[in-house]
Design a protein around this ligand. Structure first.
Ligand SMILES: [Fe+2]
Length: 135
């Protein structure tokens, strides 16, 4: 599966959040590679867990920025973050239980969720934080 290629178009203008997004993209790309190379589901499960934990920390940081500056779409973002966490926890459990192969749909979901979320939803706060002087 083609990897996510980070470009300037992914930048939300807040350095800490960009750095976290980059790290998440790296982990997701590692997973996309695993889908192609037939590695054991145990390794995939471990990496999925790592990504879920990291994403969860990232959501906390991102939501804190939103709260600190009174971002109007905070609740909508929080809901999407919760939905994502629910999905990935199910993936982690599912991957551990069904020890054979990990369905490609999981990788497709992760890839498209992050691309859409960063480019559409997170991008909406770029101007907002910029006006507030956050870098
Ligand atoms: Fe977000």
């Amino acid at each position: 599966m083609e990897k996510i290629i980070w470009g300037e178009g992914f930048s939300v203008g807040v350095r800490e959040l960009d750095d976290q997004h980059k790290r998440i993209v790296t982990i997701v790309n590692t997973l996309l590679d695993m889908n192609d190379t037939n590695v054991g589901s145990e390794i995939i499960s471990d990496t999925l867990t790592k990504m879920t934990q990291y994403a969860s920390d990232h959501f906390k940081t991102e939501e804190q920025y939103m709260l600190d500056y009174g971002y109007p779409e905070y609740l909508s973002q929080k809901k999407q973050h919760q939905e994502f966490k629910k999905m990935t926890v199910n993936f982690c459990v599912g991957t551990m239980v069904h020890n054979a192969t990990v369905p490609t749909e999981i990788f497709t979901y992760l890839k498209s969720w992050w691309i859409n979320h960063i480019l559409k939803e997170d991008m909406k706060y770029k101007d907002f934080f910029h006006t507030k002087g956050v870098k």
